[in-house]
Ligand binder design. Structure first.
Ligand SMILES: [Zn+2]
Length: 124
């Protein structure tokens, strides 16, 4: 992997990172807004009880979304660390072979080559 590739994947990772942070920020805003709207007025609270089922479902979905994004953010930060600090970005963390640019283009935060990845998934 040369400097040009490294720059390319650095840009991809930073773009992904920004997208997630924006997304999570938006979730935070909505969450605050919902809290404000639901607090205080008890009559409106009981009025909304009929909708509770779908609310809980939505919250569940939102939570799953956020934890998925959070995990992705972690993997992206790890990839950036490998890029800047460990200098082993693009190397499979399991077998040490190059991950391959095509795979990194699709999944810039990949830490395993496609072989090790499918092995890991089969082991589950
Ligand atoms: Zn591997």
């Amino acid at each position: 992997m040369n400097d040009k590739d490294r720059k390319h994947f650095e840009k991809r990772l930073l773009e992904e990172r920004e997208k997630i942070l924006k997304d999570l920020g938006r979730f935070g805003e909505n969450f605050k807004k919902n809290l404000k709207e639901s607090s205080g007025d008890l009559s409106s609270y009981s009025f909304h009880m009929a909708d509770m089922g779908s609310d809980v479902e939505n919250q569940e979905k939102a939570f799953q979304h956020v934890s998925k994004e959070g995990r992705l953010l972690y993997h992206i930060d790890e990839a950036l660390r490998r890029l800047y600090k460990d200098k082993n970005f693009g190397t499979c963390q399991s077998c040490g072979n190059p991950i391959g640019k095509a795979r990194l283009d699709a999944v810039p935060h990949a830490r395993l080559c496609i072989d090790c990845k499918s092995k890991e998934e089969n082991a589950r």
